[in-house]
Design a protein around this ligand. Structure first.
Ligand SMILES: O=C(O)c1ccccc1NCC(=O)[C@H](O)[C@H](O)COP(=O)(O)O
Length: 274
């Protein structure tokens, strides 16, 4: 199979983690203020009926889109996302490809009592300790770059620290090859990493293969409130949205407008089915 951007990201990440390990020993991570704090459950918040299921993402740039928003402050954006009705936050902490940093997540943590997903490219236990030390509640494991044994070991390690795990898949092969009972949520990424196109059909086609005990999350390319309703009909409860909000100068206002539209559509749907 041909290489994708993920191969580049992972090669860079392994080097970065090796450098960080040499600089910051695990004992230092364990002394963090957040290390003994009680995590907030992403799974439960995504399923809360009074919220929207939206996991609102903070990302400055991406390999597919280049710079998206270099100026929106984390503090105002993250607070605004939660006030708008998002269920949780996702913060990209990768610097090289996404323009993020660990401090972005810690800033979001200081100002919000909600689950925060550390969106990064985990290949080692050290990164999970780091996630805990910066205030995350959940981590992402990407099936495309991990074996089933790695998913299982890393997920159990995350659980030992009280963190939940979102397993991300792009297709049925990845799902069937890596799914273990140790993950909490399964995310279907709608972005094709070979050509960066996005299609909600990816989520819809995979939905039936994800066992019901896992919370289903649809990720990437969600730009219309109507799509949320469609995905809900296929059993999705979580909706990871980044660019649609971050592309605007005030991402939190874009999130609020999206939530208003979603509420309006849900009301119309309820009237029609009454
Ligand atoms: O966004 C990219 O270009 C990308 C490329 C390679 C690996 C991961 C990538 N994105 C991470 C994500 O999964 C998205 O940030 C997330 O699902 C939100 O997507 P969107 O709403 O389309 O910004």
């Amino acid at each position: 199979m041909s290489l994708t951007i993920l191969d580049n990201i992972i090669a860079h990440k392994r080097q970065e983690v090796a450098e960080r390990k040499a600089l910051v020993p695990t004992a230092a991570l364990e002394r963090s203020l957040y290390f003994n704090s009680q995590p907030v459950s992403l799974r439960k918040y995504v399923q809360r009926p009074d919220l929207t299921g939206i996991i609102a993402e903070y990302k400055r740039k991406s390999p597919s889109k280049g710079t998206i928003n270099a100026y929106a402050p984390v503090e105002r954006t993250s607070i605004g996302y939660m006030q708008a009705g998002a269920s949780a936050l996702s913060v990209l902490t990768d610097a090289n490809f996404f323009g993020g940093k660990n401090e972005d997540l810690t800033t979001a943590r200081k100002f919000n009592f909600c689950p925060i997903l550390r969106k990064d490219f985990v290949v080692e236990e050290y990164q999970i300790l780091e996630a805990k030390s910066i205030g995350a509640d959940a981590i992402l494991l990407i099936a495309a770059v991990l074996s089933k044994e790695e998913v299982s070991t890393l997920a159990q390690f995350a659980h030992s620290l009280g963190l939940e795990v979102l397993l991300e898949v792009h297709d049925r092969e990845e799902l069937e090859r890596t799914l273990t009972p140790h993950v909490d949520l399964v995310g279907v990424n709608n972005r094709n990493l070979h050509d960066f196109t996005v299609s909600l059909q990816t989520s819809i086609e995979l939905a039936g293969y994800i066992p019901n005990e896992f919370v289903k999350v649809s990720e990437s390319g969600l730009s219309e409130a109507q799509s949320i309703l469609e995905l809900q009909q296929h059993g999705f409860e979580g909706f990871l949205i980044g660019e649609t909000f971050m592309r605007q100068s005030r991402p939190e206002k874009a999130c609020a407008a999206f939530v208003e539209e979603l509420k309006k559509l849900r009301q119309q749907q309820n009237v029609l089915s009454a």
